[in-house]
Each structure stands twice: as C-alpha cells, then as structure tokens.
Write a protein that binds this ligand. Structure first.
Ligand SMILES: [Zn+2]
Length: 83
C-alpha cells in the first residue's frame, strides 16, 4: 500500500471526515472503498460523482465547491498527481 494513500486515510480518520471507520471496516477495506471514488484536484479531498461521471468523469467537491473532470483516487495515486 502506498504511504501517501495510507497517510491520507489515517489523516481523514483522525480529522473525523471519514465515517467508514465507525462502520467497523479494516484499513484495507477502506482503501478498496476509496479507490473508485473521484478526488478533488483543488483540495485533494474526496469528491462526489456528479451528472456526467459515466461519460466524462465529472465530479463535484463538497468541501471547496470545485466542479469538473477528474480522476479516481486509485489513478490519483498511481499517476502521482498528488502534491
Ligand atoms: Zn475540493
């Protein structure tokens, strides 16, 4: 598991942003749940799939309001798009 991925999950859990921990999931299960989710390129938090996700990977960020074409968390890590 990439360190960055693990650190992000740890951080999100600590900051209380992420409710999966309270659902009794293991870190691996959480990673798998995260992998297909869109990530906001502006603030690097998880975004929501929006209208147009299927065709153009359109997502909206609930944190900063960013809206547009993005990649999944999995691709974000693999392609080293993180800052
Ligand atoms: Zn954002």
């Amino acid at each position: 598991m990439p360190d960055y991925f693990q650190n992000t999950v740890d951080h999100n859990m600590r900051s209380g942003d992420f409710a999966l921990e309270t659902m009794g999931l293991s870190p691996t299960e959480i990673i798998n749940a995260l992998a297909g989710q869109p990530v906001c390129p502006k603030c690097e938090r998880l975004a929501f799939r929006d209208v147009g996700w299927k065709e153009n990977r359109i997502a909206t960020c609930s944190n900063c309001g960013w809206h547009g074409k993005t990649v999944t968390y999995d691709e974000y890590i693999t392609k080293k798009l993180y800052r």
